[in-house]
Design a protein around this ligand. Sequence first.
Ligand code: P6P
Length: 346
Amino acid sequence: MKELITLGEFVIQQQHKHAAATGDLSQIFGAIRLASKLVHREINKAGIADITGAAGLENIQGEQQQKLDVYANEKFKAALAARGLVCGIASEEEEHFVEFDHELNKGSKYVVLIDPVDGSSNIDVNVAVGTIFSIYKRKSAADGPVELDDFLQPGTEQVAAGYVIFGTSTMLVYTTGDGVNGFTFDPSIGVFYLSHPDMQAPESGNIYSVNEGNYIHFHDGVKRYIKYCQEYDPATNRPYTSRYIGSLVADFHRNLLKGGIYFYPSYANNPNGKLRLLYECNPIAWLAEQAGGRATDGNGTRILDIKPTELHQRTPFFVGSVSMMDDVERFMVQERARLERMAELA
Ligand code: P6P
């Protein structure tokens, strides 16, 4: 029988592969593991524990805050603060970053950015949701206060990133820059086991994920790509299948396994789309690249290269298999060229 490796064992093995590794990430992953188990437990008894339904509060995004959002946010904050290695956290559920100013956290050198429950509107309808996290080393002096710039770092500076998908099973998928590995939770003993070693994004696929309800608002390049996905051409495996769950983690996870593309473009009066750069797009983009895929803003800018200016800033987001990303960008480039020609003629 193949030897089962736990997440904790795997992180320690990885740490020994990198001489510079200090074991800090092992500790931080221990906190993420703990909080994930607590959220798993609550999600799996939602409705019984009256955890579903809005908490009657609104978060900074002006969205109805689901009780699970509040619960998950508190559990991840508490678990990360208790390890004494994280000096602060930025969360979709917090307007400003939160400094951990306990004595234990003085001099800590990491910051964590998190979307505690991405896709939370799906909780009440029993559809998969996920936690997305991104870890950086602070830039400010270790003996000083945490600063906003500690969180406003480009995605290329991440030291670790991942997600937990609470679906038919709970999985944790992460990277520290040495590939992507997936771990499945065994609730009977409360352990995450390595189930998807060295995850590779298929070079192509036939699944496209976009909210086509926004079609009339999309720019022509996006509209043309969607029509391209729907055309009949057996030679290029089209028409593709449309799959959109409304939960980024679930759509991305399926596309990572099967091949596909997810995109949330700018639309109507949302020039930067909907998704948040720091705690949704950057971690997912790094995972995609580490697994052999790509992630851009649809206009040729690599997501990881974007220099953040605000904690909750949004970006158009295109992520997936390389050949499908090449295709969508071809349509976007053609659209930009057409608009430039029209501007010249005007
Ligand atoms: P829409 C969830 O709110 C989320 O941030 C992603 O998880 C998901 O892909 C997207 O927004 C869904 O947004 O506008 O299609 O409902």
